[in-house]
Design a protein around this ligand. Structure first.
Ligand code: CP
Length: 319
């Protein structure tokens, strides 16, 4: 039997951003995720926590990892799951997001998981719906469950993140993963350095309590963990560097640049990877890469977020 930690302190119906979370709330997510991760190691992985509930996944932008992980998480919690993608939804007939979401609620859904290109859309819906709204990525604003699974993976390696030096390399400007991780990592006491071309890593990010660097060698040499981000072409409205080849030649993580890293430093990436662009294949597949651990941890972390927001009873048995 595995018990879920006491979750009576959790009061949030919705999970739309890392920015407003307290350190205690982040730690609660990790505690519950650790308990669920243990259940994933059993032959009987399903737990009855959300039996009788229906989770609707509304993905209005492409996704592989997040969508599958949310579906798996909800099913492992014994919820019914309905997933709807943009091409098959009535948004293609002009229905507004608000109407779509209110209809999902009227159809008796118990929770809504949403990915949308508009920054702030999950928060907008959370204010209007009675059911929990979970953000699976909104424009270049936040991807809060990604940051939670990234930081959860880091805690598995380092214990506490306090004082840990983490470098995030790549297209920071258009990255919701970077924004959520900046909030989460700094709240947890990590020293975060952002590095990349100045057009994609503007100096104003220092306002968030992080260092901004354009010196790749020193940013890598100092890091205990380096997180690569792909170029977010889908959100860039103008060119921010001469060519992809030039970006790779200046900032791509290759064997030579990886030799600048501390030998014990780990390599992270939220996916999807563009092999040979922001990271070479042999590094993505190397022993120091935790990229697939991040993906696996995404299930337990999303189970924890669904469980907490559904308001499941504290300290209940999972068998
Ligand atoms: N990391 C991430 O959000 O991946 P997907 O776009 O495949 O969900």
């Amino acid at each position: 039997m595995t018990s879920v930690p006491d979750t009576s302190r959790w009061t949030r119906k919705d999970f739309t951003a890392i920015e407003p979370l307290s350190v205690d709330e982040i730690q609660q997510i990790f505690e519950v995720a650790r308990a669920f991760k243990k259940t994933l190691g059993r032959s009987q992985k399903k737990v009855p926590a959300l039996r009788g509930k229906t989770v609707v996944n509304l993905f209005l932008e492409p996704s592989t990892r997040t969508r599958i992980a949310f579906e798996m998480a909800a099913k492992l919690l014994s919820a019914e799951v309905i997933s709807l993608d943009m091409a098959r939804s009535s948004t293609t007939k002009g229905e507004t997001l608000r109407d779509t979401a209110e209809n999902v609620q009227a159809l008796n859904a118990d929770m809504l998981v949403i990915r949308h290109s508009a920054a702030g859309s999950p928060g907008y819906l959370a204010d209007r719906l009675q059911i929990p709204v979970i953000n699976a990525g909104d424009g270049a604003h936040e991807h809060p469950t990604q940051a939670m699974l990234d930081c959860f993976t880091l805690t598995e390696h380092f214990g506490s993140l306090k004082g840990r030096r983490i470098t995030i390399l790549g297209d920071i400007l258009f990255s919701r993963v970077a924004r959520s991780n900046i909030w989460a990592m700094t709240k947890l006491g990590a020293e975060v350095t952002l590095v990349g071309p100045s057009t994609l890593v503007p100096h104003w990010f220092t306002e968030f309590g992080v260092k901004v660097s354009h010196d790749l060698r020193s940013a890598l040499a100092d890091a205990e963990a380096v997180m690569l981000l792909r170029i977010q072409h889908e959100r860039q409205t103008s060119s921010h560097f001469p060519s992809l080849g030039e970006y790779t030649s200046m900032f791509g993580l290759n064997k030579t640049r990886a030799s600048w890293l501390n030998p014990r430093a780990i390599i992270m990436h939220p996916g999807p990877i563009n092999r040979g662009v922001e990271i070479d294949s042999d590094l993505a597949d190397s022993d120091r890469s935790v990229i697939l651990d991040q993906v696996t941890n995404g299930i337990a972390v999303r189970m924890a977020v669904l469980y907490l927001c559904a308001g499941a009873a504290p300290a209940r048995s999972l068998v």
